[in-house]
Design a protein around this ligand. Structure first.
Ligand code: FE
Length: 240
């Protein structure tokens, strides 16, 4: 046991050193979009973060990837793409029945109507939640996720417990998210793949009948589009 712990520490120290070296060699050169947030010296980054940084610096050093191109991609997903994109699609579907019909029939095309394109050539599928059917999304294999609509996936979505338990005990998982569904509500679990990414169209909350499309979009949370939450009248940004 003690040996294993020592090895873990050694590997972390090694990766930490590699990442630190990468920062030193990159600072003052082309810069890094992710640099500012990583300069918190109080917290040692997680193993995967350190591995990514070590790999990235090696690939850049060998000329296999272009740092400027990487920065554009990171900036896109950090600042331009996020759950607000998906929320706009949901709100449009709530106020425009014809749009909703197109969205449910061909989500990729309907989402493109609003100006959002997929980044990886994947097909989008929208699943409508209702009083008797609740859809939720998982990727049991890894972490396939509708990035262009929801931004970067949350840590729990990529975790082994969610990926396995969402299929085995979806009702129990939803309960842990604070969502208690009645026994007569059918739960459908959808497994994302590299080719197909699912987004849930949550139920429009009661009491929102007079709200504008923009105000409705502000209610839609990321988790409600994964299917682990419902939408209520609390704006997404004001939830705990
Ligand atoms: Fe995956």
């Amino acid at each position: 046991m003690a040996d294993n712990e020592d090895k873990t520490v050694d590997r972390r120290e090694f990766l930490k050193g590699a990442a630190a070296a990468a920062f030193v060699s990159e600072s003052g050169a082309t810069g890094s979009a992710g640099g500012a947030q990583d300069h918190d010296h109080q917290i040692v980054p997680s193993d995967p973060t350190l591995r990514v940084k070590a790999l990235e610096s090696l690939l850049v050093d060998k000329g296999l990837v272009d740092r400027a191109a990487l920065d554009v991609i990171v900036d896109t997903f950090e600042t331009k793409v996020g759950p607000r994109n998906g929320a706009r699609v949901v709100a449009r579907a709530w106020v425009d029945p014809a749009y909703k019909a197109r969205l449910l029939q061909n989500a990729t095309a309907a989402i493109a109507e609003i100006g959002f394109a997929s980044y990886q050539g994947e097909d989008m599928v929208v699943l409508e939640n209702g009083p008797k059917v609740h859809n939720m999304v998982v990727c049991t294999l890894c972490s396939c996720y509708p990035w262009s609509m929801l931004g970067l996936p949350p840590v729990w979505y990529k975790s082994a417990p969610y990926r396995s338990r969402a299929v085995i005990d979806p009702r129990g998982v939803l309960r842990e998210f604070g969502l208690e569904l009645a026994d007569d509500v059918e739960i459908r679990v959808w497994d994302s793949t590299a080719e197909i990414r699912y987004i849930v169209l949550p139920e429009r909350p009661a009491g929102s009948e007079r709200m504008t499309e923009e105000a409705l979009a502000a209610l839609v949370t990321r988790d409600s589009m994964i299917g682990t939450a419902k939408v209520d009248l609390t704006p997404a940004g004001e939830r705990p």
